[in-house]
Design a protein. Structure first.
Length: 456
């Protein structure tokens, strides 16, 4: 990479556009992208210098902040050429990220046909499958024979997003079936399309959430899927490259929410500092206010703490164990939901599993806690003559707190999903805060049960 950067810097210094263009056009698309990352100030010049086809292929794999920065510095003609040549799905993705005024200007630079197409695609909701689809596909009629199909592919296949799959429609554009290209290539030329149809059609609805499309692709091992409207009319296709991009964005967003922040929507190093603080401060305030309830709970049990100061020694142990158990469960369930392994309908199975696992995990920690207290009394009188009661209190409290943390952490994502919210917002810090407060109540309630009449 260093040699490549040095060579390009030399050509830029010499201002030899011909050699620069030749050099850039001979590089891999990914190499040009890396060059733009290494020399961001020259990104617009690289796009201007490349041949149009290669410029489009480089531009479409850049992240949005880089695309936006380059567009602002390109000539009006180059922007128009670039936008017109972009595949419809990539063009829509770019438009949906840009501000309204910028989108209007870019749409005006499109050809009438592309303008109509872009406006149609932008009419779908932001996170719908309609925003991902491209209308560049190959469709045939069931009455055609293979000879006519191949002729049709030769004529129109060049502009198609993919020709791995051919779509069968009727006279009204209603989708009937999809056929893999290899099935067409391996039969006799006079074979009818209807003879190749098996009726095993998998299609997406334009209004489907993009998250559902990710799961459909994952479960069916497809490189492309057709997109239909409510009347089953074929509107376009979605290809796996777009789905992989969306899956990565969803994963990144969920990880950020699990960490207790709003989704950043931009790379960490590119986002404005004040915007970064704004994204984080909301959740921190909510979590802080929640943790203040911990002080309220401790105030309620103030007299118990005064009588048995030894109980205060184990407060960090109790609440951290419950929070850790809840965070584990929450993260596991959110991941399982993202992969389609768990749905809201599985709530009872999830609760049953977490009930058992929470009991076993809590019992394990409780036994360790009890024997830790027992072992300490062999060397120190710290826990006094009633160390057995202290040990039982801590051990039983750990069972209760870890069990409660596991149940809360596993059920919150499912409850949020049922209410129409994002399960990722039941993030680990949120679950930990909830379990901190309730964990104290469990701990001191058990202490009163075991120690009333002795220490309390």
């Amino acid at each position: 990479m260093e040699e490549m950067v040095e060579q390009v810097e030399l050509l830029l210094e010499q201002e030899d556009n011909t050699k620069l263009q030749e050099y850039l056009n001979n590089l891999n698309i990914s190499d040009v992208e890396e060059l733009i990352d290494e020399l961001p100030e020259h990104g617009p010049r690289f796009i201007e210098t490349l041949s149009l086809n290669r410029a489009v292929n480089v531009f479409r794999i850049l992240d949005f902040p880089t695309q936006e920065r380059i567009i602002k510095k390109l000539s009006v003609q180059k922007v128009a050429d670039l936008i017109n040549e972009l595949p419809p799905d990539d063009r829509t993705a770019l438009f949906s990220e840009l501000h309204g005024d910028a989108v209007k200007k870019l749409i005006l630079s499109l050809s009438p046909e592309n303008r109509k197409e872009a406006l149609s695609l932008l009419g779908y909701e932001e996170d719908s499958v309609g925003r991902l689809m491209t209308p560049d596909y190959i469709a045939v009629k069931k009455t055609w024979d293979v000879t006519r199909v191949l002729s049709h592919i030769r004529r129109y296949g060049k502009n198609s997003e993919t020709i791995d799959v051919i779509y069968v429609i009727d006279e009204n554009g209603i989708l009937l079936d999809d056929i893999r290209i290899r099935e067409i290539l391996l039969v006799k030329p006079e074979t009818k399309v209807s003879d190749l149809m098996d009726g095993r059609l998998i299609a997406l609805s334009a209004s489907d959430p993009q998250e559902e499309a990710i799961n459909v692709f994952r479960m069916n091992n497809r490189t492309a899927l057709p997109v239909v409207d409510q009347e089953n009319i074929l509107l376009g296709i979605v290809t796996v490259d777009d789905i992989l991009w969306i899956a990565n964005e969803e994963y990144t967003e969920d990880i950020q929410k699990i960490g207790g922040t709003e989704a950043l929507d931009e790379p960490y190093l590119d986002i404005n500092l004040f915007k970064l603080v704004k994204k984080r401060v909301g959740w921190l305030i909510i979590l802080f206010l929640g943790e203040m309830l911990t002080a309220t709970a401790m105030g309620f049990f103030e007299k118990s703490i005064e009588k048995a100061v030894v109980l205060a020694l184990f407060i960090p142990l109790i609440i951290s164990s419950g929070g850790n158990g809840g965070s584990q469960a929450s993260t596991l369930i959110i991941q399982a939901m993202a992969l389609g392994e768990v749905t809201v309908a599985d709530w009872w199975r999830v609760m049953r599993r977490e009930l058992l696992s929470g009991l076993m995990l809590g019992a394990t920690l409780g036994i360790i806690g009890f024997f830790r207290i027992y072992a300490w009394t062999l060397f120190s009188p710290l826990y006094g003559p009633h160390w057995m009661l202290v040990g039982l209190t801590v051990g039983c409290a750990l069972v209760g707190v870890v069990l409660w943390g596991s149940l809360a952490g596993s059920m919150l994502p499912l409850i949020l999903k049922k209410l129409g919210a994002d399960p990722a917002t039941s993030s680990a810090p949120f679950v930990a805060t909830l379990v901190d407060v309730t964990g104290l109540i469990i701990y001191f309630s058990i202490a009163l049960l075991f120690m009333k009449g002795t220490l309390l």
